[in-house]
Design a protein around this ligand. Structure first.
Ligand code: ADP
Ligand code: MG
Length: 340
């Protein structure tokens, strides 16, 4: 009898091992690190065992190329030497970013950098430039002055570029290339507010992305249920300073060189491309509710959630079925329709 039980156990053992292995496989591998001035967390299901390390080093390498404040970066070199040859990644992102500047009609401009510096957002030595200085800064914000010639770029003498609003999105897209090569089944890459979903989760459920609560950004005000794609949020709460009871945020209106102050607290964009999601979230924030609504009505392939400081939440109709507001939130939820 005993022998039969032992025999049965022995026969079952390989099956048990296989079961355990498949359970282990369903467990994602993860990593958490700082890059691009923010905390990044990666969760990867399946794929090569070193996928997380590969993702991290790709993102860190992009950070080293693109960080305008890093003396060794290509963007720093371009801004100081005014003409520089750049690598394929910097070239690709500059090209995409300039096309987005064109498409987003003045609300997104990668030449805001001198203004970002003047307000002290890079050094932390915050100050309010006077009207004359702001006028000069605004006069020099114009992405059209950035010229390219077979992998080399030139920026005007009084201008400088900043890819801070799109670097995380571009990194998310390049990370997706690595996930594809590694044979990963699914992944959630949270690159500091730009979240890239990849593949399909092993249990078949959709991805759930929490949308940061501007009042306490470690918490969320609601959840977006989504499939493969990118969810990117721009919020005034990310970086700001306060002076004489006023709050000055790190998102600037390129027309005035001043921090945006239009009642918007945060904009979350859902779309396929990380670079586009990132640029759009910044641009729709600058546009404000009315222009953002217009932009949605005239363009396809994305949706957004916009929160204003009078507790109104605006949601494009294509996201209405995917968003759940936390039960403790009393925002008035408004739906933005494609057609009037
Ligand atoms: P975060 O970096 O906090 O995710 P964003 O993606 O909105 O926020 O990017 C804001 C950064 O982009 C700023 O820190 C600044 O460097 C730059 N920036 C600010 N305003 C603009 C703008 N209108 N167009 C392009 N870049 C901007
Ligand atoms: Mg952005």
């Amino acid at each position: 009898m005993k022998r039969t039980v032992r025999g049965a156990l022995c026969a079952l053992l390989p099956i048990l091992c296989l079961l355990l292995m498949s359970c282990a496989k369903a467990q994602p591998s993860s990593a958490s690190f700082e890059a691009m001035d923010t905390l990044m967390t990666l969760k990867v299901y399946g794929g090569d065992p070193d996928t997380c390390e590969k993702l991290q080093s790709r993102i860190e390498a992009l950070d080293a190329l693109l960080d305008a404040t890093d003396e060794n970066s290509e963007i720093f070199r371009l801004n100081t030497e005014k003409t520089a040859a750049v690598s394929a990644d910097t070239d690709a992102l500059l090209r995409d970013a300039l096309a987005l500047c064109d498409k987003l009609g003045g609300s997104f401009d990668i030449t805001v950098y001198p203004a970002v510096q003047a307000w002290g957002f890079l050094s932390g030595d915050y100050r309010v430039p006077d009207d004359g200085e702001l006028q000069t800064l605004a006069d020099h914000i114009d992405w059209r002055g950035v010229k390219s010639d077979s992998g080399a770029y030139t920026v005007p003498e009084d201008a400088a570029v900043d890819l801070g609003a799109v670097a995380k999105g571009y990194a998310a897209d390049r990370a997706a290339d690595i996930l594809r090569q590694s044979g990963a089944e699914a992944a959630v890459l949270n690159l500091g507010g730009t979240v890239r979903m990849y593949g399909k989760k092993p249990d078949g459920s959709r991805f759930a992305v929490g949308v940061a609560d501007p009042e306490s950004p470690a918490a969320t005000f609601g959840t977006l249920s989504c499939d493969e794609g990118v969810v990117a949020t721009s919020g005034g709460y990310e970086r700001y300073f306060e002076l004489d009871g006023r709050r000055y945020i790190h998102i600037l209106d390129p027309k005035t060189a001043k921090p945006v102050d239009n009642g918007v607290l945060s904009v979350t964009v859902v779309t396929d491309s990380g670079t586009t999601a990132d640029a759009l979230s910044t641009a729709l924030f600058v546009m404000g509710l009315d222009k953002a609504t217009e932009y949605y009505r005239h363009n396809d392939g994305f949706g957004f959630i916009l929160l204003t400081d009078d507790d109104n939440l605006y949601l494009t109709e294509n996201l209405a079925g995917d968003f759940t507001l936390n039960t403790d939130k009393t925002y008035t939820v408004n739906t933005i329709r494609k057609a009037l």
